[in-house]
Design a protein around this ligand. Structure first.
Ligand code: AMP
Length: 190
């Protein structure tokens, strides 16, 4: 299976690049943020709980996210070419859990595509997105806490994947150039 993690700060372009990757490589997209936003719209129990964290720019607790992911992998793991994980893992505990869950299915993460974008540009993009997205977390205060959370809780995963030889850092400037770099990287690996 071709399992790819698309990694980077909020606003680095993970969602946009995921869409392009799925189209070209036929992978199944798993965006934990999108799944949670759907649950919020449905006002499900999970949605109500997740909303408390998301609207403050904090992470939803690991055990909830890991269980959610495990259920998706069990349901959909059999008939797919591979997954693109977008917005997951976001903590070391999630990274370790993902490795374990994939190992149990005799597969693994093949590449972690780390989209590198300057902080100033991230803030600019998120504020711009906020004007149209209607997302409760695309506002100046929440953006800052999401960036802090990224640096403190998510960035340590870079060292985790680097040690495994799976981290590929890609300059995250324009959509087309980034996608070209991603396809070069994936084609080299495959
Ligand atoms: P995203 O759409 O990936 O930017 O995610 C939006 C928000 O959903 C994040 O700021 C978190 O509050 C929550 N979220 C998404 N994915 C995760 C995850 N893997 N772990 C914890 N919280 C998450």
């Amino acid at each position: 299976m071709l399992n790819v993690v698309i990694f980077g700060a909020p606003g680095s372009g993970k969602g946009t690049q995921s869409e392009l990757i799925i189209e070209k490589y036929g992978l199944r997209h798993i965006s934990t943020g999108e799944i949670l936003r759907t649950e919020i719209e449905k006002r499900s129990e999970l949605g109500v709980l997740a909303d408390e964290y998301i609207s403050k720019g904090q992470l939803v607790p690991d055990e909830i996210i890991i269980k959610m992911l495990g259920d998706i992998l069990d349901d959909e793991g059999k008939n797919v070419k591979g997954f693109i994980f977008d917005g997951f893992p976001r903590t070391l505990a999630q990274g370790e859990a993902l490795d374990k869950m994939l190992r149990e299915k005799n597969t693994s993460v093949v590449a972690v595509l780390n989209l590198a974008v300057e902080e100033e540009e991230l803030i600019h993009r998120l504020l711009k997105r906020g004007e149209i997205s209607g997302r409760s977390d695309d506002n100046p205060e929440t953006i800052q806490s999401r960036l802090n959370v990224y640096h403190n809780q998510t960035e340590p995963l870079k060292a985790y994947y680097k040690k495994q030889g799976k981290l590929f850092t890609i300059k995250g400037d324009s959509v087309d150039d980034v996608f070209e770099r991603i396809t070069d990287t994936l084609n080299r690996i495959l």
